[in-house]
Write a protein that binds this ligand. Structure first.
Ligand code: ADP
Length: 273
């Protein structure tokens, strides 16, 4: 008799706790939803005035009738505005990913188009720094690849711009190869730059983290690029790996399954390895 009432009491307690947990989960979900709505609205509100700053400063920078010195001021406004715009985009991307609202737009894309886009985007920057830039693929790489082109290019742009940013001499290479065993395409970005110390290699993928506290001043940047890239790689069904030696350079590899429904041959959850 006594026992069964004790048991009943316990069951009631468990039931109460379950309800509490459920309420907390619902509250958390709601606050995540409000946060991502807030960020989406804010980024729109921030972008509108920023667009006029960008447009008008560009007109001033290009206006031959304005004094040279003032044209240069306008150029500074222009590049600061661009920096702010990419920061807003990055924060929005990260919050969309966090809220599970990042939507992919998959299609059959031409690998050669990605190659030529990366070449035309980064050749001028590499040239400015006297670096050799090589972007190439091997023969087995198929002509078409089913993925989200914009997001794939976003990852590659992040890896290539980092590689160029953290390299003062030598070369930056993007190699695209096919891995038969994994049935995957591998995008390998190699640089001969400053490299990353072993104990900092995991950290660079965390949001707002930079390997060297002084790099923010020296090289600029937000520390968001790699964490976004890693999340995007996951969404595309793959993962990013890093090999690096301080003073020698870094190799970032993006591995994506060729058949996203099958994933990697024989590997169910490659990013949890
Ligand atoms: P950001 O470049 O805006 O700082 P990222 O998330 O792209 O942010 O990179 C985080 C940090 O990882 C960088 O600040 C830098 O310290 C390190 N890092 C990234 N790529 C490289 C590279 N190719 N060589 C050396 N360090 C790198």
């Amino acid at each position: 008799e006594e026992r069964s009432s004790l048991l009943e009491e316990k069951n009631e307690l468990i039931e109460e706790r379950n309800i509490e947990i459920q309420q907390k989960a619902e509250a958390l979900e709601l606050s995540t939803k409000y946060k991502s709505e807030f960020l989406a609205n804010m980024s729109h509100e921030l972008r509108t005035p920023l667009n006029s700053i960008l447009l008008l400063s560009r007109l001033m920078a290009e206006n031959e009738e304005i004094e040279k010195e003032h044209q240069e001021y306008a150029e500074v406004i222009q590049s600061s505005g661009q920096g702010l715009l990419s920061l807003i985009d990055e924060i929005l991307d990260l919050s969309k990913i966090e809220a599970g609202k990042m939507e992919l737009d998959r299609a059959n894309i031409k690998i050669d188009e990605v190659i030529s886009n990366m070449r035309s985007l980064f050749n001028p920057v590499a040239k400015d720094k006297n670096l050799k830039l090589v972007v190439e693929k091997t023969d087995e790489v198929p002509e078409f690849f089913h993925t989200d082109k914009m997001r794939l290019e976003q990852i590659l742009k992040n890896l290539l711009s980092n590689a160029i940013k953290f390299t003062t001499q030598g070369s930056v290479t993007l190699n695209i190869v096919k891995n038969e065993n994994l049935n995957a395409l591998i995008f390998k970005v190699t640089d001969t730059g400053v490299g990353i110390a072993p104990e900092k290699q995991a950290m660079v993928f965390e949001a707002f983290q930079q390997a060297d506290g002084s790099t923010r001043r020296k090289f600029g940047g937000t520390g968001l690029g790699l964490s976004i890239s890693r999340e995007l790689a996951k969404l595309l069904g793959g993962y990013i790996d890093l090999k690096s030696a301080e003073g020698e350079g870094s190799i970032f590899t993006l591995t994506l399954p060729i058949d996203k429904n099958k994933g990697f041959e024989g590997v169910s959850n490659p990013w949890e390895k």
